[in-house]
Write a protein that binds this ligand. Structure first.
Ligand SMILES: Nc1ncnc2c1ncn2[C@@H]1O[C@H](COP(=O)(O)OP(=O)(O)OP(=O)(O)O)[C@@H](O)[C@H]1O
Ligand SMILES: [Mg+2]
Length: 238
């Protein structure tokens, strides 16, 4: 087992002026390369906070974080951004697509920051759109797509930098159940190809597609169990 994420006694305290609030009270968690994990828990339990720490969008107040063997706990803002761009892809509940840009341009966005040439950007973006089954929509605007298609564009965008970890925070929260299954099929396919996937969800039906279910409550790990009945979606996305 090759751990990609190693969290050791992670605390996160928010300073609210007069008082402080402890959103994470000491979370230790290992995630191995190639795992597909669901992170569950009630609203306010600390799921997004934990994902932001794993994704290097935020830093713990206390504890140690080792990412792919590198201690990233004490990295500067710039160093964290660099590791983040190289290693991590994000997918959010609200898609976060730019409405005035075409699908193709949206997928190109992360690469513009990474110094790819225009032709490399185009080629990679088209390849990623093919992977998510949307090559024929490259010239569309996000507003012309269904919710599931928008989320697949967001996944294509997350994949352009070839992340080893894909973090998805309620990626199906705005989707109907049929479309949610489509997105989970895509995640399973990526996971089969070697990407480590961590997905936050409230829905047991969605967690059922993962191989391990981690629950947090009040900022603490409540349970961590394999999911031997893992549902598989045959065929992936067309
Ligand atoms: N920037 C912040 N400042 C102060 N408190 C915060 C901040 N961000 C989150 N919190 C608090 O930390 C706790 C955990 O929040 P978090 O967003 O991680 O919950 P969550 O499990 O993702 O919930 P949900 O399922 O509703 O998305 C909540 O009580 C929240 O109010
Ligand atoms: Mg949240």
């Amino acid at each position: 087992m090759n751990p990609v994420v190693q969290l050791r006694d992670i605390h996160k305290t928010y300073d609210l002026g007069e008082v402080t609030f402890e959103a994470l009270g000491g979370v230790s968690l290992d995630i191995a390369e190639g795992e597909m994990v669901a992170l569950m828990g009630p609203s306010g339990s600390g799921k997004t906070t934990l994902m932001q720490i794993i994704g290097l969008l935020d830093r713990p107040s206390q504890g140690q974080y080792i990412l792919r063997g590198q201690d990233v706990t004490e990295l500067s803002e710039n160093e964290r951004a660099e590791v983040r761009n190289r290693a991590i892809g994000f997918v959010f509940q609200a898609f976060h697509l730019l409405s005035r840009m075409s699908v193709l341009e949206n997928v190109e966005v992360p690469m513009t920051y990474a110094g790819f040439s225009a032709s490399q950007q185009r080629e990679t973006a088209l390849e990623m759109l093919r992977r998510v089954g949307l090559a024929d929509k490259s010239r569309s605007l996000p507003s012309q797509l269904s919710g599931g298609q928008k989320q697949r564009v967001a996944v294509a965008r997350a994949l352009t930098m070839q992340p080893s970890i894909l973090l998805a925070d309620e990626p199906t929260g705005n989707l109907d159940s049929k479309t949610s299954v489509e997105v989970m099929a895509l995640f399973q396919q990526l996971n089969d190809e070697g990407t480590t996937v961590i997905v936050v969800t409230h829905e047991p039906d969605i967690a059922a597609y993962t191989q391990r279910i981690v629950r947090i409550r009040d900022g603490l790990l409540e349970s961590d169990s394999p999911n031997p009945q893992r549902k598989r979606i045959a065929g992936g996305v067309a």
